[in-house]
Design a protein around this ligand. Sequence first.
Ligand code: ZN
Length: 298
Amino acid sequence: MSLVTLPELLEHAGKNRYAVGYFESWDIYSLEATIAAAEANRSPVILGIGGLSGNHEWLQSGGLELYGAACRTLADRAKVPVATLFNEAESFSEAAGGLGAGFNSVMMHTQGWDQDKLIADTASLVAAAHALNIAVEGEIGALAEIKDGVLDEAGASYTSPESAEFFVKETGVDCLAVAVGNVHFVTGGHIPTVQVDLIKEIGNAVNVPLVLHGGSGTPDDQTRRAVEAGITKVNVGTKLKHVFGQALVAELGRPVEDPNLVFGSRFEGDANSRAGVALTKEIQRLMDVFGSTGQAGR
Ligand SMILES: [Zn+2]
């Protein structure tokens, strides 16, 4: 239990045909809500924070260390298997900065990079990370994303089995994020179409676990089929902030009579803890969809 490596988590998921959720956090309350869901469901979990929507100046001037230490502390104390991830660093140097910060896995957001830089920087990160027993998630292909409420497919490209095979062989990544119709940042009505057959073809071409980003907008039935097809890690971010945000707005919709109770007390009246309960519920629901409920200690 407690801290385990990402490859160990995903190997167990692959053998038992479920996916481990990476539920992206943004503060201590959301990290704790994620652990609470994992312990309640007896589910393995991947705990972490991401750079995709973050302020990189802040991350690189202490933010990473703060998050890394919090993730590591919570993972060590958890009663279920936990891996810790610094997700979607903006560059090799930012990812490398996360190596000593307490995360036992890292990933770079490489969409739009040219092929030579992608291979060279990913291979360098793998070498640096593996020397410290830290895992690396790589990605090939690019997701479409929702921008200002509209689907932006300009930079999107599907992962091909051939490019996946080449990329994994050249870089030595521990797991691979694929672009198979999944979309980043969905909160509204857009319904993506995940290409299940393409997941199977990529899975046949590589010998590493496959990761599905864009878990916020993928409907449950499509996620289940993606897991059946071989996905062993699903990333969810945007939707969690949406759930937490709505709950927090509802909490703060009444007068704050005792600010010491409402902010940071961790008692029943703590607004962030109460919003965290809504977040925990949503993560528990997603763990059921991913099939990871009850898989801790099996
Ligand atoms: Zn992502």
